[in-house]
Design a protein around this ligand. Structure first.
Ligand SMILES: Cc1ncc(COP(=O)(O)O)c(C=O)c1O
Length: 421
């Protein structure tokens, strides 16, 4: 190793010497659609055109019959569960490493979240644990495509289809990710997306629901709109079911529509960056990127790496520290703890003054104990993130890739003497 390859923590020059490039996410296209939305003199989705156009376009891109707009990704998943009739006494399978938006709708429907472990390499559900966690009460499985990498859908369907259990795809982090030639969000009964400001595309907040099923589409539209029936030709309505107001307004629809046109370019650039980091890490022992299952193509919401401390010769925290010293804003873990170790689950208290639905006697004794999903717990201690942005220049990507390799090889080299003993 020459002096110039010494990492910054060992006195070498920083690999990332210049600030990362950035750019404007919003421009004339967004303004154009916003102006048109305002010119309609209504911002209500059922009277204006923007939310409808966004939905038509999103469904078209995905080759799916229906898209329903919502106010967030959390709302989209809740809408999916509401449309699927998930309710009291049901169980819904969820992963332990995800945004809480995956889980909130389950509890709002007064159903029980059941956590299924994931495989360390792909963050797809562990099939053995999925088999174990499914019960006669399982009303849905939520498959999260974490970091942009698709879940192993065939493995999930092998287990759910014989039992007629619907799958909800949580695509909040995975716009245009693919699995065996199909886009995520088109394989399960319902696909749920987020337009929050941190996602591939942003409308500030917002969400989209995809389904090919006419009845689920109709129920999703009702569930997202206080069960108001605004479908063509219907007059009057009846409040048949408790449902929230998760409507998207026309301003959000306008921005979402303009953002959608940018999406293919955003994903293509993120894939180039992901490929560069894959190759940077390939020569390092003990650093592993998230590997999509066979036939999977990630859309890289961020780049997540797992550290095998013994193989690499350093802990996750040491690697993050070394990368930060290089000028790379690495951070981790994605979630500070697995979701079931959060106070809500430890105290079994989702609502004030109540332990419902955890104390619903149909479930017996509910307990979310440490060790429930060991791979996920281990991932919290061993993973970290390198941010990915479509605005990063080739130089940014090259320097970041150098930092990864330099830091990784440095730790590998230091490890070897003791590793051989
Ligand atoms: C995997 C996943 N699911 C659901 C959500 C919830 O989306 P929102 O913040 O739009 O409610 C997020 C958002 O971070 C997410 O990453």
């Amino acid at each position: 190793m020459t002096d110039t390859l010494l990492p910054a923590i060992a006195g070498g020059p920083k690999a990332k010497s210049s600030p990362y490039s950035s750019g404007s996410r919003f421009g004339p296209e967004e303004l154009h659609h916003l102006k048109q939305a305002l010119d309609q003199n209504t911002l209500f989705y059922a009277r204006g055109a923007k939310v409808r156009e966004l939905c038509v376009e999103f469904a078209r891109i995905h080759g799916v019959r229906h898209c329903i707009a919502t106010s967030s990704g959390t709302a989209s998943i809740h809408v999916a569960l509401g449309a699927l009739d998930v309710g009291v006494g049901d169980e819904v399978i969820v992963p332990p490493i995800t945004d809480q938006g995956t889980i909130i709708g389950v509890l709002l429907q007064n159903a029980l979240p059941v956590f299924c472990d994931v495989l360390p390499e792909s963050f797809s559900y562990d099939p053995a644990d999925l088999e174990r966690k499914i019960s006669p009460r399982t009303a849905a499985v939520v498959a999260v495509h974490l970091t942009g990498s698709p879940n192993d859908m065939d493995v999930i369907f092998d287990i759910t289809r014989p039992r007629n259990i619907p799958v909800v795809e949580d695509c909040a982090q995975a716009y245009l990710a693919e699995y065996k030639g199909r886009l995520v969000g088109t394989m399960g009964a319902v696909g749920a997306f987020s337009l929050n400001d941190f996602k591939h595309i942003s409308a500030g907040d917002g969400g989209l629901v995809l389904t090919d099923d006419d009845e689920l589409a109709a129920r999703s539209a009702l569930f997202a709109d206080k069960w108001y029936d605004r479908s063509a030709g219907r007059s009057g309505w009846s409040l048949a079911m408790l449902a929230p107001n998760y409507r998207m307004n026309e301003l959000t629809g306008a921005v979402g529509l303009a953002q959608l046109a940018r999406l293919p370019g955003i994903v293509a650039r993120r894939r180039e960056i992901g490929a560069a980091y894959d190759s940077a890490v390939s020569g390092v022992e003990g650093l592993f990127p998230v590997v999509p299952p066979a036939g999977g193509v990630s859309s890289y919401w961020f780049y997540m790496l797992r550290v095998d401390e013994a193989l690499l010769g350093a802990s996750r925290d040491s690697v993050v520290e070394a990368l930060v010293a290089e000028g790379v804003p690495a951070w981790g873990p994605y979630t500070t703890r697995v979701k079931y170790l959060e106070p809500m689950f430890q105290e079994l208290r989702a609502y004030p003054k109540s332990h419902f639905p955890f104390d619903n006697p149909v479930y017996g004794k509910v307990e979310y104990r440490p060790g429930l999903c060991p791979n996920s717990e281990k991932a919290v201690d061993s993973t970290f993130i390198i941010p990915v942005s479509e605005f990063h220049s080739d130089l940014d990507v090259q320097e970041t890739a150098s930092a990864i390799t330099r830091v990784g090889l440095y730790f590998n080299a230091r490890r070897q003497p003791s590793g051989k003993e």
